[in-house]
Ligand binder design. Structure first.
Ligand SMILES: Cc1cc2nc3c(=O)[nH]c(=O)nc-3n(C[C@H](O)[C@H](O)[C@H](O)COP(=O)(O)OP(=O)(O)OC[C@H]3O[C@@H](n4cnc5c(N)ncnc54)[C@H](O)[C@@H]3O)c2cc1C
Length: 465
């Protein structure tokens, strides 16, 4: 019996397998396809996702395939700027740049390569999960190569998830659904005139998106009218205002349905879903895969604790309650932007600049004082030059300034629970601004709770179990 069977080795399944591998869990991944999906889909991920790759020990390997993005502009049909979304230059509070461009097959290759570090993680390619039956002890997974038993199954099996269908209801439709043409080109020579910024061409007649990819890759996404199914010549005709076949090679073009859906429930006993299986968003914010990455960051350490017998299985209920509303916030903004891109009418009512949203987790786990909310803790460089997450590792941590004296009992309590204690001057400004003396940070780097005085600190430490 393996601890976890993951159905689907897309980016989300691969990240989950790495996290569970890091936690020492036995994992079997079933992937229907023989090899990584070779065509590009996602082109952007954010600082929180890069921080997850850092936790996985893969930030350098993945980082070499990225390009830092300056931001996104929205222009109307006449080329007038409607809205600008600049990304701050340099490293931000998470210790990473705010926005990265990448090529999804590069990322998936590195995530798969990362699995080779874990002998307890096995991948079966070319194997399709066909049936799931759960009982008190585990799940019997029938697949095209046989049968396996697992204590938990996570469906990372994409938009047409069969695990989701086994769990239950049809996903909630959040109101956006359109056919778009996605075109990937490889430039034959540099074309700086295209620019580094992503551009949303907000034109009711024909909305479109331009994205600078890595290296010589460039992406256009163009809204299709009813019944349109362009051939290659028509694709070039649609691109003619920006680029022609003399400038670039067509890597591929494909028609996608840009959906906006949120599934419920995300868990039924020993069956769970994550990534596109749980939600889909129009790609205008570049957050579909990022949302899935946040899912598995939230889920992996909870599964580990339940499997270790440290918490009851009900801990897993906090997975959907924390993640679903967070995912909904990103989908809702993407749907709103989709409305703006399809019509310039709402442009005048918006501010001229936009900034990244940082939704809070929905209700779930909490300890101590909750005044800091349920966001991600920052990652400073500590006094000895090391980064916070490198010192903490993949576990719970108590973060304080250097002058806070813990009792021997409190120090022993944290050590016995394999929780990190980081008492460092680099944390002082953040703690002071936040009005507290200590913060408990979860393995997914979200804030569990805080303490403003000694009594609250004692209670907070007690709750780190
Ligand atoms: C045009 C476009 C642009 C996008 N841009 C961005 C972006 O910039 N940023 C971003 O974050 N996201 C973006 N996305 C979304 C992103 O690509 C997806 O959210 C992401 O690929 C989902 O990953 P996943 O692992 O959940 O699912 P998938 O990548 O779909 O992987 C699911 C895997 O499960 C396997 N599988 C399915 N059923 C079974 C079964 N029964 N047995 C075994 N294996 C099975 C499949 O073969 C597949 O490999 C974009 C998407 C599109 C289409």
């Amino acid at each position: 019996m393996v601890d976890v069977c993951i159905v689907g080795l897309g980016p989300v399944g691969a990240a989950l397998a790495n996290l569970l591998g890091l936690a020492g869990r036995s994992v079997l991944v079933l992937e229907r396809e023989e090899a990584t999906y070779h065509l590009p889909r996602a082109v952007h991920f954010d600082e929180e996702v890069m921080r997850l790759f850092e936790t996985l020990g893969l930030a350098d390997a993945i980082g070499q395939h990225t390009h830092v993005s300056p931001g996104m502009r929205f222009v109307d049909a006449a080329g007038q700027m409607l809205l600008e979304w600049p990304r701050p230059p340099g490293l931000g509070r998470m210790g990473w740049n705010s926005s990265y461009r990448f090529h999804q097959p590069d990322l998936e290759r590195e995530l798969r390569a990362g699995l080779a570090r874990f002998p307890h993680v096995q991948v079966l390619n070319g194997v399709e999960a066909t049936g799931l039956a759960q009982d008190a002890d585990g799940v019997t997974v029938t697949h095209s190569g046989g049968v396996v038993r697992a204590r938990y199954v996570v469906g990372c099996d994409g938009a047409r998830s069969s695990v989701r269908r086994t769990i239950g209801e049809a996903p909630e439709d959040l109101g956006f659904g359109e056919r778009w043409l996605v075109i990937d080109l490889i430039l034959r020579r540099p074309m700086p005139e295209l620019g580094d910024w992503s551009v949303q061409f907000c034109d009711p007649a024909r909305s479109a998106t331009y994205v600078r990819g890595t290296g010589m890759r460039r992406r256009w996404e163009i809204r299709l009218h009813a019944g349109e199914a362009p051939d290659e010549a028509q694709v070039w005709a649609l691109l003619a205002r920006w680029i022609g076949p003399e400038h670039a090679d067509l890597e591929r073009f494909a028609v996608y349905w840009f959906a906006s859906v949120l599934a419920h429930p995300w868990r039924d006993g020993r069956l769970l879903i994550a990534g596109d299986a749980a939600h889909q968003t129009p790609p205008f914010l570049g957050q579909g895969m990022c949302t899935g990455m946040r899912d598995v960051a939230n889920l992996a350490w909870k599964l580990d604790r339940v499997l270790a017998g440290l918490d009851p299985a009900s801990l897993l209920d906090s997975y959907e309650s924390e993640r679903a509303e967070h995912a909904r916030a990103y989908i809702a903004l993407a749907v709103e932007l989709g409305g703006l891109i399809n019509t310039t009418a709402s442009g005048g009512a918006r501010p001229a600049r936009m900034s990244s949203i940082q939704p809070q987790l929905g209700p779930g786990l909490a300890a101590g004082w909750d005044g800091l909310g349920r966001g991600v803790a920052p990652q400073p460089v500590l006094s000895d030059g090391r980064r916070l997450d490198a010192v903490v590792g993949y576990r719970m941590a108590l973060l304080t300034g250097p002058d806070l004296a813990l009792t021997d009992g409190q120090t022993r309590h944290l050590a016995a629970r394999d929780s990190a204690l980081v008492a460092d001057g680099a944390l002082v400004d953040w703690l002071r601004e936040a009005g507290c003396i200590a913060v408990a940070m979860r393995p997914d780097r979200y804030i569990l709770g805080a303490a403003r005085d000694g009594d609250e600190l004692a209670r907070l430490i007690d709750q780190i179990s």
